[in-house]
Design a protein around this ligand. Structure first.
Ligand code: ADP
Length: 285
């Protein structure tokens, strides 16, 4: 039902008292490796929330790539369109976190930069979901193809970029956070570029939906956040699942907001993505 076009990374997370300055070495006090990348996170979010999912992307031919592919398969996601790029490292994010949870991050795209879309050989589905961690022309080619074959196209324009050119012309739904929507010139500008529905996520402040009938606000679910990593990815994946089931965006928002809220209540991105049962339980509460 949902085709995710995007990135897969191995996140290397080091904890320390304070972040090192240029030329400085500090001693860390924890180290973890997690699956990550917005494409993988959103594919897992869509799968756990009830969709059958295929991921289009690339890992490198290294142990990190094998690890990420195993996760894809274990989540029941179709990896037939997940390439292994020869002589290339899997994408990585080097994340340092200090005792105040302040972080600094270096992303090395690696295999994600090698993704090339063959529009003659893309998976079928009802919804295509993409982000901006693979080359922009490739996301654009995939969305233009999806439009031609009648799929609903959903873009999470993250990480934030100022100019998306032709990609916006191929988007039915765009889901930016407050920072990303500002960089794109605001929701009105996006609508006037032809985007049918703009969904602005505002963390604990909820969601604003702007479509042809006007603006509509949905409150966030009241939860006690522990770690907001992955909330946006969870929201996007769950929304795509409901759109693939035939709901419109307004009808799908409550489900997506519940998924986003649940993701903030435990640590990490992939580990905290909720099941459909958990989402439905929060919606019903
Ligand atoms: P991003 O992670 O991309 O910045 P947001 O922080 O806006 O995205 O989170 C996405 C969605 O997750 C929000 O619209 C909301 O539905 C849910 N969410 C995020 N933070 C909270 C929170 N503190 N309380 C409840 N829901 C939240």
């Amino acid at each position: 039902d949902v085709v995710v076009v995007g990135s897969l990374n191995l996140d290397l997370v080091a904890g320390m008292d304070r972040l090192p300055g240029p030329g400085e070495t500090v001693s860390g006090n924890s180290y973890h490796e997690y699956p990550g990348g917005k494409g993988l996170n959103q594919a897992v979010a869509a799968a756990r929330s009830g969709a059958s999912v295929a991921i289009v992307g690339a890992v490198g031919d290294d142990t990190a790539g094998e690890f990420l592919r195993q996760i894809v398969v274990a989540e029941g996601i179709d990896d037939s369109w997940l390439a292994t790029a020869p002589d290339t490292a899997t994408g990585r994010a080097l994340i340092t976190v200090d005792r105040h949870a302040e972080n600094s991050i270096v992303v090395i795209p690696g295999a994600n930069a090698t993704v090339r879309i063959d529009t003659g050989a893309l998976p079928e589905g009802r919804v295509m979901l993409g982000q901006l961690e693979i080359p922009l022309p490739e996301v654009t080619a995939a969305f233009e193809h999806a439009r031609r074959v009648g799929m609903t196209t959903v873009l999470n324009p993250a990480p934030a970029l100022g100019e998306l050119d032709a990609l916006l012309d191929a988007c039915d739904v765009v889901i930016p956070n407050e920072h990303e929507v500002d960089l794109l010139g605001g929701s009105t500008a996006l609508r006037s570029r032809g985007v049918g529905t703009v969904v602005v996520t505002r963390g604990g402040e909820g969601v604003n939906v702007i479509d042809e009938t006007g603006e509509f606000r949905h409150d966030a679910f009241p939860v006690t956040p522990v770690d907001t990593t992955g909330a946006g990815d969870s929201f996007c994946g769950a929304l795509a699942t409901r759109l693939a089931e035939g709901l419109d965006v307004r009808a799908a928002i409550t489900f997506a907001a519940a998924a986003g809220a649940l993701t903030t209540t435990s640590a990490g991105a992939v580990p905290s993505l909720p099941s459909r049962a958990a989402i439905e339980q929060l919606v019903a509460s």
